[in-house]
Ligand binder design. Structure first.
Ligand SMILES: NC(=O)c1ccc[n+]([C@@H]2O[C@H](COP(=O)([O-])OP(=O)(O)OC[C@H]3O[C@@H](n4cnc5c(N)ncnc54)[C@H](O)[C@@H]3O)[C@@H](O)[C@H]2O)c1
Length: 323
């Protein structure tokens, strides 16, 4: 592939997050959304019309008909594995949405299929690409607050039947509830800022409203770096909460999706980034640009399949500990 040719992108699933990827692609001159698919053909056609792409009723039809450079998998969680295998078998690079899969075995099969095919496998832990994330990581790694000792993370996401597409409530398609879905973002953040992998976890997981998937989880974890972590994922927190507190030896860092990034030291608080409102779109664009760069240069993506698998394995450990 010549780098001055557009990177021809296909998207599996034409739902909520696919629209964010299309929007991101629009900001990148090197990327052309060539094709989209969805079993809901009306959704695929509407997205295709918006993106100037071709629409297909399924990913196999799309892969057979199109010459694609990369595909983003944005379907329900348990479908990620087989679709990734099919994309890899077609010799096409893959960016798979979080959670990478819903079992460690599936994730391993995805890693091996992409390795065998010689294609890039990246996992969509998109928060890594936000400006707040970059700045938070800079503060932590600069050592200005001393070593990290502990991290707490709280996140809300509404889990009621009227709040999101029906498949999120079906274990056969979602593979889990709030932890499998938004918990993966928080676990990524804890591990990234905590400088290690979660090794042990104690948790309590429960279901509300008669739902089969969990709506709430709390727990504590210990990382390979020695950092201790606590987390709360709940359907019940209103207003929206997405906040991480990094407790360091000489102060703390507060990362809030609604109130920005703060550093606290000696009783004084200083805003490092006050307005995170616009950054979701920028993070999706930065993630897509990095994916294209990895595909074109053959360099390892920022979020690898091995890392995505480790996050899935932590989600499953939380389920086991919490049951
Ligand atoms: N990175 C983020 O911040 C973020 C945000 C939202 C969702 N997500 C992830 O993105 C993925 C999709 O979530 P969503 O909110 O867009 O859900 P969604 O329901 O809006 O979209 C999923 C789409 O996949 C389609 N689909 C189902 N089976 C299919 C098949 N066999 N082939 C092709 N398409 C099929 C559905 O019809 C639907 O349109 C999930 O993995 C989710 O966790 C990530």
């Amino acid at each position: 592939m010549h780098t001055n040719e557009p990177f021809r992108l296909g998207i599996i699933g034409s739902g909520i997050v696919a629209a964010l990827h299309v929007k991101a692609a629009r900001t990148l001159p090197q990327v052309e959304v060539a094709a989209v698919c969805d079993i809901r053909t009306d959704a695929a056609e509407a997205m295709a019309a918006d993106a100037g792409a071709a629409a297909y009723p399924g990913h196999r039809e799309m892969l057979a008909a199109e010459r694609l450079d990369g595909v983003i998998v944005t379907s329900p969680h348990t479908l990620h594995a087989q679709q990734t295998l099919d994309v890899a078998a077609a010799g096409v690079h893959v960016l798979v949405e979080k959670p990478m899969g819903t079992s460690v075995e599936d994730c391993t099969a995805m890693i091996e299929a992409c390795r065998t095919a010689g294609v890039t496998l990246a996992v969509g832990h998109v928060m890594r690409f936000s400006e707040t994330a970059r700045m938070a990581e800079k503060v932590v790694s600069s050592g200005e607050l001393g070593p990290v000792r502990a991290i707490t993370h709280r996140r809300s996401a509404r889990y009621s039947r009227d709040s999101r597409p029906a498949w999120f409530f079906d274990p056969a398609l979602a593979g889990g509830g709030i932890v499998m879905n938004v918990g993966t973002h928080g676990l990524d953040r804890i591990q990234w800022l905590g400088g290690g992998e979660i090794e042990t976890v104690h948790a309590h997981v429960w279901h509300r409203g008669g739902l089969e998937i969990e709506t709430d989880a709390i727990g504590v974890a210990e990382l390979s770096s020695g950092v201790k972590a606590g987390f709360t994922f709940t359907t019940a927190a209103v207003p929206y909460t997405d906040e991480t507190l990094v407790l360091c030896e000489d102060g703390s860092l507060r990362w809030s999706a609604t109130e920005g990034l703060w550093v606290s030291r000696d009783g004084e608080a200083e805003a490092r980034l006050a307005d995170p409102d616009e950054e979701t779109a920028d993070a999706f664009a930065a993630q897509l640009a990095a994916f294209v760069e990895s595909c074109r240069t053959g360099t390892s993506p920022a979020v690898t399949g091995e890392y995505g698998r480790q996050v899935v394995s932590t989600v499953l450990a939380i389920y086991e500990a919490g049951s």
